[in-house]
Design a protein around this ligand. Structure first.
Ligand SMILES: *Cc1c(COP(=O)(O)O)cnc(C)c1O
Length: 297
């Protein structure tokens, strides 16, 4: 049995003196608490896809990812819970003969069959993403497709119901990898509030195009109520410079919220940086806590 999600996820205020001094407010949408086995935004994006897979009578799920992909683990856990088979196409043929890292070991424990492919072949396979495999429902790398965007839009719908005077003074912020979560939040917002995505990868320019493409895939149109901040990737995906580590450590200790480092830490870091740059005077900023830290090993 796949455990149920606990929705709506909590919305909590962070009583931060710096925000108060700027006449602003900081709130957290605790999506890290959404689901016991499929973490955070991966659950939001998978939920509509799982419904489709089951409705289509799929016998399994197939997806793509790197050796530490949260999305790959999430797909394995979801398939396991639903009694479906799962296949993970993993970047890096050289990994096949090595002992599994904790992330791949977790996916295998959930019954996922791992297929390791050369980096060059992986690019092509994952980009095409439309591998035909009899009876398998195929999810793209990172899990962002039209249904995923509609799943993430529910986050914004919950916020509108939870925050009584939700409106033009609100900014909703999340970290951006493939852009599915940001696309969904923007699409789900009512007129007034705006969405701000914090890119965790280098790659100015192309990411905007990805978000627009996801809007077309999920809603058949584009939206203008969002933007991306590019200055807070800390050197690139998975890079955590000392300054960012110090900040995340401080935030975690000061406010008792576990801060996942690859994404959530960068979103929070950006929000404080933009506050100091005078961007949020009088605003209520809600950061979506999109995931949980890696397990201690
Ligand atoms: C995967 C992930 C993201 C990125 O979501 P996208 O929809 O790919 O942009 C953000 N935060 C966390 C914690 C994640 O695991």
């Amino acid at each position: 049995m796949l455990p149920a999600a606990v929705l709506p996820t909590p919305l909590t205020r962070v009583d931060d003196p710096e925000f108060a001094a700027a006449g602003a407010e900081l709130w957290l949408k605790r999506d890290d608490l959404a689901h016991p086995t499929v973490p955070g935004n991966k659950w939001r994006k998978l939920a509509p896809n799982l419904e489709l897979a089951v409705a289509q009578g799929a016998r399994g799920l197939l997806t793509y990812g790197g050796a530490y992909s949260t999305h790959v683990r999430a797909v394995a856990a979801a398939a396991h819970g639903l009694g479906l088979a799962s296949v993970g196409v993993i970047r890096g043929a050289e990994l096949a003969g090595r002992p599994r890292n904790w992330s791949l070991a977790r996916a295998e424990r959930d019954g996922m069959v791992l297929e390791f492919v050369e980096r060059s072949a992986y690019r092509e396979a994952a980009a095409g993403g439309r591998e035909r495999r009899e009876g398998y429902y195929v999810l793209p790398e990172g899990g962002s497709n039209g249904p995923a965007v509609r799943g993430a839009a529910v986050i914004a719908g919950e916020l509108a119901a939870q925050q009584p005077d939700f409106g033009p003074g609100d900014v909703v912020c999340c970290a951006v990898g493939t852009g599915g979560t940001l696309a969904g939040i923007a699409a789900g917002l009512p007129e007034g509030p705006r969405a701000l995505g914090v890119a965790v990868l280098r790659g100015e320019g192309y990411l905007e195009g990805e978000v627009s493409a996801l809007h077309r895939a999920g809603y058949g149109r584009e939206f203008t109520n969002w933007r991306l901040a590019h200055g807070w990737h800390g050197g690139g995906y998975g890079k955590v410079p000392l300054e960012l580590e110090r900040f995340a450590h401080w935030f975690q200790g000061a406010y008792g919220v576990p801060v996942e480092r690859r994404y959530v830490a960068k979103a929070l870091w950006a929000v404080y940086g933009l506050l100091r740059a005078g961007e949020f005077g009088g605003r209520r900023v809600t950061v979506v806590v999109t995931g949980v830290p890696d397990p201690e090993r």
